[in-house]
Design a protein around this ligand. Structure first.
Ligand code: WT7
Length: 664
């Protein structure tokens, strides 16, 4: 859809009032929103009071040292207590917390590995794991623990165990390479790593422990490794005195162990999560305890409208922030029943997800545009095999959702009778910021929009100088006031925190996205305004991929860009200058692909690698990725006055055309 089309008027409104939502008009919504911003502190305090605090806060917001804002200062709480203990004191004690399904199926296609945990089960497991961490490994408040785990219940269990004793989690996505894992362990200086022998993915075993071993060759801070046996492999390499199987690590921990939850200050860091930026190594985004809990609790209610009879399923991986906020913390804060799935969406067939929704009667689904587009390609006969009529709310996240994908899902998954939105937020915001809110007030939906900002969030779209742009004009997305879930710093680098997020437009948070605001005040996020690319919703820095390429002995220089892809949203393309005397063969292309897989991870594998002898640069030596993007998408070059050597673009074009010929 073009900017003009997104521009006004846009009149395709789809109302939904099947499920308890109060639908209201936009004007009324904005009045409500305005009141929340005018009384920001009281607004958030009224939500925070619905949680249980060990000690109430003295101050809602301490803004004395911006941008180092502090939320609920003086308050004390514990996430593990809020998500688990609180429910076992009520009728929810034996309510199902987690329905977990492993990937393997029998011949009839029925899952063979399933586990169901009630809140009471969870409470016991979390206490035992907390005891293991604290009593057997000496983990204490403030220590960092790295988790490199598949999608199994022990991952949230281990996270709650860590948070119970005040340890700071550092979850690393299990698809990342040993190098990426080592970087994240080193930067966070973790004492302990928790992992698994492996997991199932598309019918194959993925071995994890070996990756950890490789990472630990470069990560000396780690004293111990705990290995959960997901697969029961009998040839897992174990280092004596350092590595322990989870069951052995539990030695001496009684079945009814109880560990008193630490009274943590609201500002105590709960987790670090590394994410890619424009330059340098991935940044360790740091989130607090109290602010994050309040933000997640509020958005669970507003956006997902979770009630006790709901069955909630977020299809993300816990290795990304979506999983942290909306698999691990959110549903459990609410005492909800949630589904968790280990494997691939298309195993053994492209209807696995629809079978899961039908099997458990899922009512609320949180997924990604990339997944929806993949299913579109498989065809609507797959969802049609199953009864999905239980679904009442669907949201997507991670990248813009194209209206065609929205319509496809609205029709084929939602039977044209669901609330369906695209929630905008990012690792840095900790929770959803712009979204439709069927649990609060549902304003008319428009396919492809993010909707208006949630109450309590002051969002705007501004021009180069930080001035708001009129409706329909493209600008930069900013958040103008602090909000509870916001990041607090970059681990070990507070200066970079200020520089990255608060310096582009002084005093406001710069998200790094392009967006437009329509006449109703709805936000349409268009994509990144920086050198970050989104591959299947996963965030990658072009700089990271370039460094990975340059670390290969044959590569002199590299420039990576993202180009649009119908399924993945974007794919990376690499332009590579080889060292003198090295021939650019297909063999080498293969080797470089493998090198990226090894150093960053399989998700970062470039769609194509082009060999050139020089890169387009400005006279000051800056790589002009914009021109490479134009070459690879066939777009006009635009302004080339700062280009130093025009033949560089000609050469890139030639390299591009040649490979295109080969493919077709
Ligand atoms: C970037 C943040 C937040 C969880 C997953 C991604 C893009 C995210 C949307 C959306 C358009 C979106 C933005 C943002 N993004 N959600 N609904 N519509 N764009 O977290 O990896 O930190 O990435 O994802 O570009 O800046 P993340």
């Amino acid at each position: 859809m073009s900017l003009e089309e997104k521009n006004l008027p846009f009149d395709e409104y789809v109302y939904n009032d099947k499920w308890r939502s109060r639908t209201i008009d936009v004007k009324t919504y904005w009045e409500y929103h305005k009141r929340s911003i005018e009384n920001l502190e009281e607004f958030w305090a009224s939500i925070a009071r619905e949680l249980e605090w060990f000690r109430p806060w003295d101050r809602v917001l301490d803004a004395s040292n911006p941008p180092f804002y502090k939320w609920f200062v003086g308050g004390e709480l514990n996430l593990s207590y809020l998500a688990v203990d609180r429910h076992v004191k009520t009728w929810r004690k034996n309510k199902l917390a987690l329905i977990w399904e492993g990937e393997p199926v029998d011949q009839a296609g029925y899952p063979t590995d399933r586990r169901k945990l009630t809140y009471y089960d969870l409470w016991r497991e979390v206490n035992r794991a907390a005891c293991m961490l604290h009593c057997n490994f000496g983990i204490k408040k403030g220590d960092r623990v790295t988790l490199y785990m598949p999608m199994i219940p022990e991952l949230p269990i281990a996270m709650y165990a860590a948070w119970r004793i005040g340890a700071i989690t550092n979850v690393v996505f299990s698809g990342f390479s040993a190098d990426a894992l080592a970087d994240r362990i080193n930067d966070s200086q973790s004492r302990l790593v928790i992992t698994a022998d492996g997991f199932w993915r598309r019918g194959k075993v993925v071995r994890l422990k070996e990756v950890v071993d490789k990472a630990l060759e470069k990560a000396p801070s780690v004293e111990n490794v705990i290995v959960y046996r997901r697969l029961g492999l009998n040839d897992v390499p174990m280092t004596e005195g350092r590595d322990w199987f989870w069951d052995r690590a539990m030695a001496g921990v009684p079945h009814n162990a109880y560990v008193e939850p630490e009274r943590l200050e609201s500002t105590h860091p709960s987790y670090i999560l590394y994410t890619s930026g424009t330059t340098g190594k991935p940044k360790g985004i740091v989130h607090d305890t109290g602010g994050w809990a309040v933000h997640i609790y509020a958005t669970m209610k507003w956006v997902f409208d979770l009630k006790d009879d709901d069955i909630y399923w977020c299809t993300a991986d816990i290795g990304w922030v979506t999983g942290h906020s909306y698999i691990v913390l959110g549903p459990m804060l609410m005492g909800a029943t949630e589904v968790m799935y280990e494997g691939a969406p298309d195993f053994p067939q492209p209807d696995r997800w629809w079978a899961i929704i039908e099997r458990y009667g899922v009512t609320v689904l949180y997924t990604s545009p990339t997944a929806i587009r993949t299913f579109m390609r498989f065809g609507e006969e797959w969802p049609r095999k199953h009864d999905l009529s239980t679904l009442r709310i669907i949201h997507s996240v991670g990248e813009p959702i194209n209206p065609e994908a929205w319509r496809w899902a609205y029709r084929n998954l939602g039977y044209q009778n669901v609330a369906f939105g695209s929630t905008w937020w990012m690792t840095e915001t900790g929770g959803i910021v712009i979204s439709h809110a069927p649990g609060l007030y549902l304003v008319p939906m428009k396919p492809g929009t993010n909707g208006p900002p949630l109450p309590g969030f002051e969002v705007d779209v501004v021009d180069e100088n930080g001035n708001p742009v009129p409706p329909g004009v493209k600008g930069y997305l900013v958040i103008k006031k602090p909000y509870p879930g916001m990041l607090h710093t970059i681990w070990g680098d507070p200066e970079r925190y200020v520089k990255t997020f608060w310096s582009r437009f002084p005093g406001v948070f710069y998200a790094g996205d392009y967006a437009i605001k329509d006449r109703d005040g709805y936000i349409w996020v268009l994509g990144r305004a920086d050198e970050v690319i989104k591959v299947a919703g996963h965030r990658l820095g072009t700089y990271e991929l370039e460094s990975a390429l340059i670390s290969h002995p044959t590569v002199a220089e590299a420039a990576v860009i993202g180009i649009p892809d119908p399924i993945k949203g974007e794919v990376p393309m690499a332009f590579v200058v080889l060292k003198q005397g090295v021939a650019g063969t297909d063999e080498l292309r293969k080797e470089l692909r493998q090198h990226i897989r090894n150093t960053v991870g399989p998700i970062a594998e470039p769609g194509q690698i082009y060999f050139v002898t020089k890169l387009p640069k400005t006279r000051s030596g800056k790589i002009m990725r914009r021109l490479l993007r134009a070459v690879a998408t066939g777009a006009p070059l635009g302004d080339v006055t700062t280009l130093e050597d025009e033949t560089s673009v000609e050469e890139a074009k030639k390299a591009y055309e040649e490979l295109k010929k080969e493919v077709s």
